[in-house]
Design a protein around this ligand. Structure first.
Ligand SMILES: C[S@@+](CC[C@H](N)C(=O)[O-])C[C@H]1O[C@@H](n2cnc3c(N)ncnc32)[C@H](O)[C@@H]1O
Length: 234
C-alpha cells in the first residue's frame, strides 16, 4: 500500500535516478560530494537553518536531505522535541529511517507529498524546514508546498526555506549554474525570476526575511505570521 503512493511526474522524470537509487543516494550523502554540489556552501547553509531552531521545538522537514543536516537538527531539538521528516519517496524515507531511527527517538517519518494537505500537531509546528526542495519542483507544486508549510506553523512559528536565488550579474559561476540548471534542474531558474513570497497568495499576512549567501546564489527566507492588528483597517 505505502509503496504504491503516487510519485509526482517531475520526480519520476528528473529525480528518480537519484532519489530512487540507494547507490546514488549513498554517494551523494558523502560530505565531499555535498561540498561539490553546493559549491562549498553546505555547512554555511545548514548552519543557517540550525540558527532558526531551538531545543524542544516541534519541527517538520519537508524532503529528506543529504549530508548532516538531519542529525544536526535532531541534536539541536533534543529528545524532548519532535522532528517529523516527510518525503514522497519511500526509498529516501527508508534510508533515513535505517540510519537514524534508533539514535534519535524524536524523529518520525511521514510518507507524504508536501503538496498534499499536511496534518499538524494541535497548535502547529514551531518550525517547518524546506531545504533545497523548492528548486526541484514545478511552479504549481511550489505554490502548494509553500502554502502548506505556512498553514502548518503555530501562531509564533516560522517556515525556513533554503534554496537557490538569482546570483549577482557578475558572479563567476552564474552561467555555469544556469547551464547546469537548464540541463538537470528545469524548475530551479524560476527561483531566479521570482521571490519565494511571489508564490504565496496571502503573502501580506506574513513577514518575509531573506538572507543571501555566496554572491546571492543562495537564499535563506524565513517567514513568520504578521501580527493581526497590523492588517486591520483603522
Ligand atoms: C529536500 S530535497 C533535498 C535535496 C538536496 N540536494 C539535499 O541537499 O539533500 C530532496 C528530497 O525531497 C523529496 N521530495 C521531492 N518532492 C517532494 C514533495 N513534493 N513532497 C515531499 N518530498 C519531496 C525527494 O524525494 C528527496 O528525498
Amino acid at each position: 500500500m505505502l509503496e504504491q503512493y503516487k510519485l509526482p511526474k517531475y520526480w519520476k522524470q528528473f529525480y528518480s535516478w537519484l532519489y530512487g537509487s540507494k547507490a546514488w543516494s549513498t554517494f551523494f550523502n558523502k560530505s565531499w560530494v555535498q561540498t561539490v554540489v553546493t559549491l562549498g556552501n553546505n555547512k554555511r547553509l545548514s548552519q543557517a537553518v540550525l540558527r532558526e531552531i531551538r531545543p524542544f521545538d516541534q519541527v517538520l522537514q519537508i524532503g529528506v536531505t543529504f549530508g548532516n543536516l538531519m542529525e544536526e537538527t535532531a541534536d539541536k531539538i533534543g529528545r524532548y522535541g519532535q522532528y517529523d521528516i516527510m518525503d514522497v519517496s519511500m526509498t529516501q524515507l527508508n534510508m533515513a529511517k535505517q540510519k537514524y531511527q534508533y539514535i534519535f527517538p524524536q524523529m518520525n517519518f511521514i510518507h507524504q507529498n508536501g503538496a498534499d494537505t499536511i496534518q499538524k500537531p494541535l497548535y502547529g509546528y514551531d518550525v517547518v524546514v524546506c531545504y533545497l526542495l523548492l528548486h526541484e519542483v514545478p511552479p504549481q507544486t511550489k505554490v502548494k508546498i509553500i502554502n502548506n508549510a505556512l498553514h502548518a506553523i503555530k501562531e509564533n512559528g516560522k517556515v525556513v526555506f533554503v534554496d537557490y536565488h538569482r546570483p549577482d550579474y557578475y558572479h563567476p559561476l552564474r552561467y555555469m549554474v544556469k547551464m547546469f540548471n537548464r540541463l538537470w534542474q528545469p524548475f530551479a531558474e524560476k527561483l531566479w525570476d521570482l521571490d519565494i513570497a511571489d508564490y504565496c497568495k496571502t503573502r501580506i499576512q506574513y513577514n518575509w526575511r531573506t538572507n543571501l549567501f555566496f554572491g546571492k546564489m543562495y537564499q535563506k527566507t524565513v517567514v513568520t505570521k504578521r501580527a493581526p492588528d497590523i492588517l486591520e483597517e483603522f
